[in-house]
Design a protein. Structure first.
Lengths: 148, 227
């Protein structure tokens, strides 16, 4: 359960971060607090959209779903928890793959690094690790299956 | 590993606390009267342009029209504005030979281009477009590498005698974002790929044009009187 709690908390942080970036993109927040990074270069590049959708909006949906799944996992009956655990693993895995793609875009095509994107990459990686550990823990708790 | 109900309750309290704190920060960032951001991904509505085709300088009866597609943060555009344009204005526009049309063409790599274009548009509401336009260009080295240029543009607005209340309301509303985007899209449709680009007599001339080069083009289209 502690891994699932960690995953839910991280998903909430990711959701807030993605919302911040989306609010910037739609012009509701003046400038990004970015220090010496190149957040605006990344956020204003053509790659800030994916299949016609704002990447920040995809982040909001993704982290939102992971948060809902994490909370469901905390409430679900033991029988259903393993299903939620698998969904969390698959969802965070997909998020991690998408983040790798975005990081590739930043490094090799946009040639700028946005520290908020790096923060998001760290968050999704940690969610994936937490989901993996949760899945392994729940798998070992079930023990060897009885022979048929 | 099971978690006690007390542990779960503590966790929910923590989660709720983080959510409330995060939302409070976001709400503060949205409502604070802070710097301005002009959205990039606006969908142009017919009302955005409403017949607006750029900022015009010169006589309506001038025989030649020049459309300049430019970006306030582009160094070459600054070069043209500072070195060539004064001669163009004094010797071609004010003499009635040329009507000048300034079109916004904000490039994606310039983070303040749209804010600058919007600042000039807001000055236009108060009849001070060309004053603000000039101040933004001349001041380009001062704001181009700043973290936030909107405050500097506001200073220019103040120096140009604009009503700052109206200016601030205009900038916060981002009401000209669609018009700026429309100008960019029209330029792209016409074949503009870089700034500055000049559209004269149906032809595009890319890059900084000297006064002499522009005069030669204009002479070929409308020979000066007495020739």
């Amino acid at each position: 359960m502690k891994y699932r709690m960690a995953g839910a908390l991280l998903s909430l942080l990711g959701l807030l971060l993605a919302t911040y970036l989306y609010l910037y993109k739609i012009g509701k927040i003046g400038t990004l607090a970015c220090g010496t990074g190149s957040c605006e270069t990344v956020q204003l590049s053509p790659y800030s959209r994916f299949l016609g959708l704002e990447v920040a909006m995809i982040g909001i949906c993704g982290y939102g779903l992971l948060l809902i799944l994490g909370l469901l996992g905390l409430q679900a009956s033991p029988g259903r928890r393993s299903w939620v655990g698998r969904l969390l693993l698959v969802g965070s895995g997909l998020g991690l793959v998408f983040t790798c793609y975005l990081t590739y875009l930043e490094l090799f095509l946009i040639e700028a690094i946005c520290r908020w994107c790096v923060a998001s990459a760290v968050i999704i990686t940690l969610i994936f690790v937490a989901s993996l550990l949760d899945w392994r823990a729940s798998d070992s708790n079930r023990g060897p299956r009885a022979p048929a | 590993m099971a978690t006690s109900p007390t542990g779960l309750k503590r966790f929910y309290l923590l989660l709720g606390g983080v959510a409330v704190a995060g939302l409070a920060v976001l709400a503060f960032l949205v409502v604070r009267p802070a710097s301005v951001s002009i959205p990039v991904d606006v969908k142009v509505q017919p009302s955005d342009t409403a017949g607006f085709r750029g900022y015009v300088l010169g006589s309506a009866s001038a025989p030649v029209e020049v459309s300049e597609y430019a970006d306030y943060q582009c160094p070459s555009c600054l070069h043209f504005e500072e070195i060539q344009f004064p001669d163009v204005r004094d010797r071609l526009i004010q003499t009635g030979r040329v009507r000048w049309r300034y079109r916004d063409f904000p490039l994606a790599q310039h983070k303040f281009s749209r804010v600058a274009a919007h600042s000039a548009a807001c000055a236009d509401e108060q009849g001070k477009f060309w004053e603000q336009h000039r101040a933004i260009y001349v001041g380009q080295p001062d704001w181009s590498f700043k973290r936030d240029a909107a405050g500097i543009f506001r200073d220019y607005a103040k120096q140009n005698g604009l009503d700052l209340g109206r200016y601030d309301a205009c900038m916060q509303s981002a009401r000209y974002a669609g018009r700026i985007q429309a100008s960019l899209e029209e330029g792209m449709k016409a074949g503009v790929q870089a700034t500055p680009t000049f559209l004269v007599g149906g032809r595009l001339y890319s890059g900084v044009q000297t006064y002499d080069a522009l005069k030669a083009i204009i002479d070929s289209l409308a020979p000066p009187a007495g020739r």
